[in-house]
Design a protein around this ligand. Sequence first.
Ligand SMILES: Cc1ncc(COP(=O)(O)O)c(C=O)c1O
Ligand SMILES: Nc1c(O)cccc1C(=O)C[C@H](N)C(=O)O
Length: 398
Amino acid sequence: MSELSGKARDLDVADELGKVRAQFVLDDVVYLDGNSLGALPAHVPGRVEDIVRRQWGALRIRSWDESGWWSAPERIGDRIAPLVGAAAGQIVVGDSTSVNVFKAVVAAVRMARLEDTGRDEVVVDATTFPTDGYIAESAARLTGCTLRPVTPAEVPGVLGPRTAAVLLNHVDYRTGRLHDLPSLTAAIHEAGAYAVWDLCHSAGALPVGLDEYGVDLAVGCTYKYLNGGPGSPAYLYVRRELQDRFDSPLPGWNSHAEPFGMRTDYEPAPGAARGRVGTPDILSMLALEAALEVWDGVPIEAVRAKSLALTDFFLECVAAYVPEGRVESVTPVAHEERGSQIALRCADSGDVMERLIGRGVVGDFRRPDVLRFGFTPLYVGFADVERAARVLAEVLVP
Ligand SMILES: Cc1ncc(COP(=O)(O)O)c(C=O)c1O
Ligand SMILES: Nc1c(O)cccc1C(=O)C[C@H](N)C(=O)O
């Protein structure tokens, strides 16, 4: 046994979260793509079967009340809340991240304008996952704002009396860089603007502290580190003090104060429900609710500690196994700047990822030249990490 595989074994033995892995359906593959689609918790298929056969099949329409379908968006929001540092009553689950980005950015601009009509700029992370950029551009156009795409490091320098809203990613999807949410949020508030954070790549991987740092609005998906399944609904956080002013650009009947009043005038519901639009996607939503049970008794701080240990160990193994200069990490070394993934740049990365997957190590390739490896602490172990780096070195040999 090599020194590093011995170290991996010792780290796995000492790993307090190691037992959580048994709750997932995993095979002999090293699955490092949980930052795109999380693995399936083993109890979910049985629960979905019950939801379909009993709740839908037998109870039918009664399930809106008797099976808790109607209240699911806020109930599941409250289950996600502690994972992102939010008190109950501020998160609603539903729609896609893209749709929630739209709601949040337009609502942020509208709130900024309530205080100062001269605010006419939306600042967006220029390096963002494309959907956020597209939607921010459309939201800016619809609200008569100018879009300012800048890197997160440039954000403090462009804030000013014209800034209405700023849309940022907590963790960059390509590089895995963790942005400084507390200080950027403080700078945005200092400028009198509203902060909207996309938590897709941080929720379930590290503590977020939404309430602690006074974030205004946040969105995120649930199919990555929260393991909700393909296309599982996203969520929207609206800070409690802002809820009465949250003016949704998509005021559907589900966010009405009296949804069954069938009134022609719109009166928004109080609380997080104001972020709803139409009928919730119950099957996906309840599959997500079941999936979230793997978090029972799992503190997010322990997840963060293991995540950093996994990524540190991966970098150590890559440095030991891969010939120097063959790959370059674009993920920051500093813990306070690192999410839960490592992105390695190399010339022929598309082919390299195909060979890796062929050898049972699943990461993904992001254009133009990045090999992305996501580390989900709930089910990735240190032996997986050592194997991934070893196989990477093998497939990199010309
Ligand atoms: C940062 C970020 N935002 C948004 C999305 C996607 O949004 P949607 O759930 O609407 O597909 C992703 C990944 O798919 C993402 O990485
Ligand atoms: N949402 C995805 C999908 O519907 C298909 C394939 C991949 C995805 C992803 O989540 C991509 C992911 N946001 C990324 O960071 O690249």
